[in-house]
Write a protein that binds this ligand. Structure first.
Ligand SMILES: *Cc1c(COP(=O)(O)O)cnc(C)c1O
Ligand code: SF4
Length: 457
C-alpha cells in the first residue's frame, strides 16, 4: 500500500462493531446436571454419586450387549441391531463411561458426535483404504525399546500403559490399545516394571532427549504411585526439561480430577517438583466436539488451572464430529473458554475400521483458514497430518504436492527423516466417481502414487 491509499481518519472513533447478543455466544453455554437422569438406568443417580470417579469406573460399560441393554427403549430396535453388527466388525474393544453415555442425544444417535466416536454402526462402515497398515504411524519401527518411540531429535513418546478410560473407534494405536477383539490381536504394552526400566535407561542415556510424552493408552489409568514414580524418575534426569501426561480422561471422565484425591495429588506433586526444578509438567487432553465440554469439564479444568498445570488439547479431525467451520469454531472457542489451549487438530490417521470418520486434507486446510482469526493466536490449533510411515507431524498445508483428484498428498520432514517422501491418502469415498474406480485396480494405484511422487520431486 502506498501512503496515498491509507484511510484518512477525520471523525472521532466510531463503534464499527455492534455488540454481539450475549445469547449468541454459544461457547459459554455449558451443559450442567443432572442430564444423566434422562438415561433410565441413571434416573435415580444423584450428583454426588455421578461425580464419584469410582462409581463412573464401576459403571463403565465394557460389553456390547450391556451397552445395548442400557439404551433399550431409548432408540428403535433397528439402531440396536445396527450397533450390534457394528461391534462385530470393530477393531477396538468397547468401553463407554456413564458420563459419555449420558451426553449422547438418543433422539438422533446416528448423527450424534459422541455416538460416532464410540459406537460403531454396521450401516456406516466403509472399506479400509488399500494403503492402510495397522501401525500406520510406524511407531513400532521407531521404538528402540518396546513402547518408547524416539522419532524426533529431542523428544520421545513413552507408551506406559495399554488401557484407557474409554475406547475410541478411531484410535491410532488400535494396534496396541485395549483388549484383543474379533478383528485384531494386539501388541502387548502392559505397565510392566522391566519394560519401564528399559525405557528410563534409554531416555537417561540420550543427552539429546529433553521432552517426554507419557501416553498409552491413557495416563488417566495410571495409579497414583505410578504417576509419582514415572514423573519423579524423568524429572530427576538432568537431560529432561519437559514432560507431559497425555490423557483423554478429562474429556470422558472429568470426575477423576474432581474426586480422585490421591491421583490428583500425585499429579500436582509431580507438577510442583517440576516447577522447583525449572521443568515443565503439562497435561495434554483430547476433546473432539464442543458437546463434550460441560460444566463438569469446566470444574475439572478449573482445578487443574488453580494448581498451575497447563492443559493443552489435541483433537482428531472427524467426519460428522468437528469437520464443519461451525463445529470446529465452537470447539476451539469453548476450549479456550475453559483454559484448555487448542494445540493440534490431527488429520485422521489411516486406521482400520474407521474410514467413515476420515476427512480429506483439503477439509483440514479449509478449517484451518476459517479458525485462524477467531480467537487468540495461542488458542488457535495447528492442523497437522501425522505422516504415515514415520515422518511425524506436518502442517496439513505444507505438502510438497497434493492431487485433490486421487486424494494423494506428499510430505517431507527435513528434521525427522531427511530425503524421504511420505504419502497421505484421502478417503476414497470422498473422491469423484472416476477416481474411486481407479483405486480399485492395484496397477492404477501405483500409477497415481508414482505421478504424485514425480510431481513432488
Ligand atoms: C506427537 C509426538 C511427539 C510430540 O510432538 P509435539 O509436536 O511436540 O507435540 C513425540 N513423539 C512422537 C512419536 C509423537 O508422535
Ligand atoms: S483415549 Fe486415546 S489411546 Fe485411548 S482409545 Fe482413545 S484415542 Fe486411543
Amino acid at each position: 500500500m502506498s501512503a496515498v491509499d491509507l484511510p484518512v481518519i477525520t471523525d472521532a472513533p466510531k463503534a464499527l462493531k455492534p455488540p454481539v447478543d450475549a445469547a449468541a455466544l454459544a461457547h459459554k453455554d455449558l451443559l450442567d446436571g443432572p442430564f444423566w437422569q434422562r438415561i433410565p438406568a441413571y434416573a435415580d443417580v444423584d450428583e454426588a454419586t455421578f461425580l464419584d470417579h469410582r462409581w463412573q469406573s464401576k459403571h463403565t460399560i465394557t460389553r456390547p450387549d450391556k451397552l445395548l441393554a442400557a439404551i433399550e427403549g431409548l432408540v428403535p430396535q433397528s439402531f440396536i441391531d445396527d450397533a450390534a453388527a457394528g461391534f462385530e466388525r470393530a477393531p477396538m474393544a468397547v468401553r463407554v463411561s456413564p458420563y459419555l453415555l449420558s451426553l449422547i442425544d438418543w433422539d438422533d444417535p446416528v448423527n450424534d458426535p459422541l455416538r460416532i466416536q464410540f459406537i460403531p454402526l454396521d450401516s456406516r462402515f466403509l472399506p479400509d483404504h488399500p494403503k492402510l497398515g495397522l501401525d500406520s504411524l510406524g511407531e513400532q519401527a521407531d521404538a528402540p525399546v518396546p513402547g518408547l518411540t524416539h522419532r524426533y531429535p529431542d523428544k520421545a513418546l513413552f507408551l506406559v500403559i495399554d488401557t484407557c478410560p474409554v475406547y475410541c473407534r478411531f484410535c491410532t494405536r488400535s494396534y496396541a490399545v485395549g483388549l484383543d477383539t474379533a478383528q485384531v490381536e494386539k501388541v502387548q504394552l502392559k505397565p510392566k516394571k522391566e519394560r519401564w526400566d528399559a525405557a528410563f535407561a534409554y531416555v537417561a542415556s540420550r543427552p539429546e532427549l529433553e521432552d517426554i510424552v507419557i501416553s498409552g493408552g491413557d495416563a488417566y489409568n495410571l495409579r497414583a504411585d505410578w504417576i509419582r514414580e514415572i514423573g519423579t524418575r524423568l524429572l530427576n534426569m538432568p537431560n529432561i526439561r519437559r514432560i507431559r501426561f497425555a490423557s483423554k480422561g478429562l474429556a470422558v471422565m472429568p470426575m477423576k480430577v474432581l474426586t480422585d484425591e490421591d491421583w490428583f495429588r500425585a499429579l500436582v506433586e509431580v507438577h510442583d517438583l517440576g516447577r522447583r526444578l525449572g521443568k515443565e509438567v503439562a497435561f495434554h487432553t483430547h476433546f473432539n466436539n464442543a458437546k463434550e465440554i460441560t460444566a463438569y469439564s469446566q470444574r475439572a479444568l478449573q482445578r487443574m488451572f488453580e494448581a498451575g498445570i497447563i492443559v493443552r488439547n489435541q483433537s482428531v479431525l472427524l467426519r460428522g464430529v468437528n469437520d464443519t467451520p461451525a463445529e470446529m469454531g465452537l470447539l476451539v472457542k469453548r476450549l479456550g473458554y475453559i483454559n484448555a489451549h487448542p494445540y493440534y487438530v490431527y488429520v485422521h490417521d489411516l486406521v482400520q475400521g474407521a474410514e467413515d470418520m476420515r476427512t480429506t486434507v483439503q477439509t483440514a486446510i479449509d478449517l484451518e483458514k476459517y479458525v485462524r482469526g477467531l480467537t487468540a493466536g495461542f488458542n488457535t490449533p495447528t492442523f497437522v497430518v501425522d505422516a504415515p510411515g514415520g515422518g511425524g507431524k506436518r502442517n496439513a498445508h505444507s505438502f510438497e504436492h497434493y492431487d485433490r483428484h486421487s486424494g494423494i498428498s506428499v510430505y517431507t520432514a527435513p528434521s525427522v527423516k531427511p530425503g524421504q517422501f511420505f504419502l497421505y491418502f484421502d478417503p476414497i469415498d470422498q473422491l469423484a466417481p472416476e477416481w474411486q474406480i481407479r483405486w480399485r485396480d492395484p496397477a492404477e494405484q501405483q500409477r497415481m502414487i508414482d505421478a504424485a511422487l514425480a510431481a513432488a520431486r
